[in-house]
Write a protein that binds this ligand. Structure first.
Ligand code: PEP
Length: 246
């Protein structure tokens, strides 16, 4: 069963548009596919969307590891839980690149969210095409250091080469064979860290996934799903990605 995650990023601008987009997805996706589909809208829309669309698995695009205190602008796990959120994305390349998050920050977020029973999607990926696979593995190891093996079934790792993300100038999707190979190496590194329980971690590919290329990625043996950015802003396109991956 392939997991498909839609990351809306800083879109859309109004709650009405967010509701319209969700209505479209809700209409276009088959009932049995909701359990493997996660949507990540901006924080501000979460509460209303959860109330209106209970059948959808909603997640936040980020979270802070502290529970409360002097952290202006941050959102805690307890706040997310209070409005019914069960998923959280951490370590997206835009958080790392634009907002300066380190592997150590990402590690704190993953630990805090898993400890609070969230399903966590942790993103890793290299900046430039041609960067060494070792760097990706190293970033994954630092981000996942010290996790409890009992929590790994709630961990999803998204491999997202930054050069393949559609908003990067000149972006092109990775080749399915290469992303499959990197994900294979990540799975191997996870096995060395955690042993048998690492097999419960799901690994997604992200980077210019569309309804046209989705099947090529999702039919690779190591790829357990997709993290979709731009294409998740069209209900038809996103639903088509979900349906090809059934
Ligand atoms: C992303 O930024 O997580 C992403 C995968 O974006 P896109 O699908 O637009 O490349």
């Amino acid at each position: 069963m392939k997991l498909i995650v839609g990351n809306w990023k800083l879109n859309p601008s109004t709650l009405n548009e967010a509701v319209a987009l969700t209505s479209g997805v809700n209409y276009a996706i088959k009932a049995e596919d909701f359990e493997r589909t996660v949507l990540l809208p901006p924080f501000i829309f979460l509460e209303e969307l959860v109330k209106k669309f209970k059948q959808i698995a909603w997640g936040a695009q980020d979270v802070f590891w502290e529970a409360r205190g002097a952290y202006t602008g941050e959102v805690s796990l307890a706040m997310l839980k209070d409005v019914g959120i069960g998923w959280v994305l951490v370590g997206h390349s835009e958080r790392r690149r634009i907002f300066g998050e380190s592997d150590e920050d990402v590690n704190k977020k993953i630990k805090a969210a898993l400890a609070q029973d969230f399903n966590v999607i942790a993103a890793v990926g290299e900046l430039q095409r041609g960067d060494e696979a070792d760097e990706i593995i190293d970033s994954f190891k630092k981000s996942a250091a010290g996790l409890e093996t009992a929590d790994l079934a709630r961990l999803t790792v998204a491999y997202e080469p930054v050069w393949a993300i559609s908003t990067t100038p000149g972006a092109q999707a990775d080749s399915p064979a290469r992303s499959n190979q990197i994900i294979g190496e990540l799975k191997h590194a996870a096995f060395k860290m955690f042993g048998e329980p690492s097999k419960k971690i799901k690994f997604l590919y992200g980077g210019s996934v569309t309804s046209e290329n989705a099947l090529k990625f999702l039919s690779q043996p190591y790829i357990d799903g997709a993290l979709v950015g731009g294409a998740s802003l069209s209900a038809e396109e996103f639903a088509a990605i979900v349906s090809v991956s059934r």
